[in-house]
Ligand binder design. Sequence first.
Ligand code: UDP
Ligand code: MG
Length: 322
Amino acid sequence: MAETLDIIAPFLNEAESAVAFVGLLDRLEAAVGERFGMSVRKILIDDGSRDGGAERFAAALSGSWEIVRLSRNFGKEAAVLAGLDHSRGDMVLIMDSDLQHSMEISLTMIGELVENADIDVVYAQNDRREASWRRSQMARLFYKLINSSQRFDIPENAGDFRVMRAAVVRALISVRDKRRFNKGLFAWAGFNQKAMLYTPENRVSGTSKWNRLNLIAFSLEGFTSFSVIPLRIISLIGLLAALAGLAYGVKVLFEVLFYGISVPGYPSLMVAVVLLGGLNLTLLGLIGEYVWVTLSESKDRPVYIVRDVLHGDAAEQAASSK
Ligand code: UDP
Ligand code: MG
């Protein structure tokens, strides 16, 4: 039996490059069929686009396809999960729909999986050639911190761009974390994973949906869903501050008792109050983050809501002949 490949691509307001992306998908489908004898199904997820993108994609797509339209913008992490939920192929390729993920690397990754039965996942790792020094140092620090207390490592600069076997997909969709941090989940799932270095293409149109604030929020999500390290660091700092305060207090007491030195109170008091107050607030905020995650999990809302699903004819034929 010929194997099947599902291509999952989430999109948010990418109408401008819809036709170009479908072109890429068509070329990819042809190449996959020719080289590996696999049939391809395309699963696009409309993550609440407001630019009529779904219609554009639907008009351009051919062969076996599906567009899952979410009821609003749920974020890329949720959109990817929606795609995984709708997949049923032997292998799944996840890629961006903004043409930053090239066909060549997709083919290399698929080839790697086809040829090596003992590999379950091949992921693309951004070589960050274009990133500024400061940004890449920040990223390095982030991964160092987050990986410092775990039984599994989240690889640096690896995102959703990856190919995996159906067993891995089953593992991923069994995890229903409300606040999803895919990078963490991919690593958490385990399996034999292989990295492949790549340089992302430039965006042909539109802009990245990530701004600095978004990135910070996303990093916090990563921490709070995968690491207790920040809590421990802050507790340690708090402990050290308390010890320093204690030592200072002992010194002052000693001076008063034995040397009769009168202590100027106001400056040292200010320092202690501001320092400890600041520490308290930071720690409280951090605990709040974890509590917020707990709250989102316990509310037990679904990760995304589907508005409707558009089908290509061939998709229905394939489903009924299965
Ligand atoms: N995307 C999405 N939902 C979002 C944000 C982004 O589906 O809330 C899609 C977007 O259309 C693109 C992919 O996710 O196909 C990657 O987004 P983007 O290019 O903004 O991220 P970057 O490439 O800068 O990491
Ligand atoms: Mg992009």
